[in-house]
Write a protein that binds this ligand. Structure first.
Ligand SMILES: [Zn+2]
Length: 150
């Protein structure tokens, strides 16, 4: 845990027209105060840059460290959702094509909903448990499990 990351003003403005922040706020609201460490969970601003004919998330590794998920899983998810190919380096990812940052942020929200937030209590305090051939997402806050497709 490296504490809260302040969201920049620009981010707050650009994000307000879709649900990124409200999603995270909602998650924070519902988490019991006992697990306040995770209750402060926020994602850093995705730093998205369009350069020539490619789109770069400059702080991908920073996002991943907060998400606590397999970087390759997040990367493959984004490629599939965006319908493009790309390159993953240690700290950043690059996608082919000029992709609107808003679209990428939307996909990150989808990932958070599908693979991080508990669908029972909205806690982000979840992890994957392998059972036989299926993978379950287990919530540390309320104990709920649900099968997920990786
Ligand atoms: Zn839960």
């Amino acid at each position: 845990m490296c504490g809260d990351i302040e969201m920049g003003v620009g981010f707050r403005i650009t994000m307000s027209d879709f649900e990124y922040e409200s999603l995270l706020d909602r998650a924070r609201d519902k988490i019991p105060t006992e697990i306040s460490e995770r209750a402060r969970w926020t994602l850093p601003d995705p730093e998205i840059l369009i350069e020539g004919n490619q789109t770069i998330i400059r702080n991908f590794s920073e996002l991943i460290s907060k998400m606590d998920r397999d970087p390759n899983h997040v990367y493959q998810f984004l490629l599939n959702e965006l319908g493009t190919s790309g390159t993953r380096e240690s700290a950043r990812v690059m996608f082919k094509g000029r992709i609107p940052p808003k679209r990428i942020r939307g996909k990150i929200v989808n990932y958070v909903k599908s693979f991080i937030l508990c669908n029972q209590c909205d806690s982000p305090d979840t992890h994957f448990v392998k059972e036989e051939r299926t993978t379950l997402m287990k919530c540390q806050a309320c104990g709920a499990t649900r099968p997920i497709r990786l």
